[in-house]
Design a binder for this molecule. Structure first.
Ligand SMILES: [Zn+2]
Length: 271
């Protein structure tokens, strides 16, 4: 059996329900869980180093508060709670640029804890999975996240950004070529880059996804809802690539799509 976890990043208080509905109804109808890495208190002014607004800000239609808690969008929260196939992971706190690439312990802990509190206040269950904005952790923030979450989903791990007492486990992972690893009860997941992305070739997208899924026992597929809606208009060709992936994942009897929560609960082999 091969396991797949679908992770869609950047759901926030500005995300239109129609976007998630359009993308994920085919997954929900087939009983495939969708993990939304959700920003608890989204920054509405964040820019990339080149000065351009962050991609998810496509959803800003009028001037708004500098930050918005997820609970401010009741329609979205209710929609997510009504559809049991959506699972909420915590995606940073405000999604400031490289938000968790910092070493101030108090600042890191406050962002982690306020983020969780805002998700709980909105009515979501306590998040057990953490995704750092830009998949970027400092040693301090990785240790603090691992104290509070069962599952960390990131792109890859670098020795110099790991707590020193994790090094033996990390070296074992490196030596065995394992993609995912554990420290105590914590699961640390890697992913093969954003294969379902506007930056990838449309032509090869589906075959790349298939190859990733076939090449390992557990694959985390990462995507971003807003990439399918440039200027908030749907991109039907790109959306079809995602839906083709849904059909493939549902129809192959050797593949099971699971949530991050399933992974923590079922104690599945990682590699
Ligand atoms: Zn993000």
């Amino acid at each position: 059996m091969r396991y797949v976890i679908l992770r869609d990043d950047d759901t926030n208080a500005l995300t239109p329900v129609e976007c998630l509905e359009r993308l994920y109804r085919p997954f929900l109808e087939r009983g495939l869980p969708v993990n939304l890495a959700t920003i608890p208190n989204v920054s509405t002014t964040v820019t990339r180093p080149d000065g351009s607004p962050e991609g998810y800000l496509v959803a800003v239609r009028e001037p708004t508060e500098p930050t918005l808690p997820i609970g401010a969008n009741r329609e979205l929260v209710d929609y997510l709670l009504e559809n049991a196939g959506f699972h909420i992971a915590q995606h940073g706190f405000q999604h400031d640029y490289f938000e968790f690439d910092r070493d101030d312990v108090a600042e890191v802990e406050s962002r982690l804890e306020w983020g969780t509190r805002l998700l709980l206040m909105a009515g979501f269950p306590r998040p057990r999975t953490f995704v750092a904005p830009y998949d970027k952790f400092s040693r301090t923030s990785l240790a603090a996240a691992a104290q509070r979450f069962s599952v960390i989903s990131a792109g890859w791990y670098e020795l110099r950004r790991l707590p020193v007492f994790w090094w033996p486990n990390y070296l074992r992972k490196k030596l065995t070529g394992a993609r995912h690893w554990r420290v105590g009860q914590r699961v640390l997941l890697s992913h093969p880059g954003c294969l379902l992305s506007m930056h990838r070739s449309r032509e090869n997208m589906f075959s790349e996804v298939k190859r990733a899924v076939q090449s390992q026992p557990l694959t985390v597929l990462v995507t971003h809802w807003w990439e399918y809606f440039p200027r908030l208009e749907p991109d039907p060709d790109f959306i079809e690539k995602l839906h083709r992936t849904a059909r493939y994942l549902a129809e192959d009897p050797e593949i099971k799509v699971i949530s991050f929560a399933d992974l923590a609960r079922l104690n599945l082999p990682l590699n």
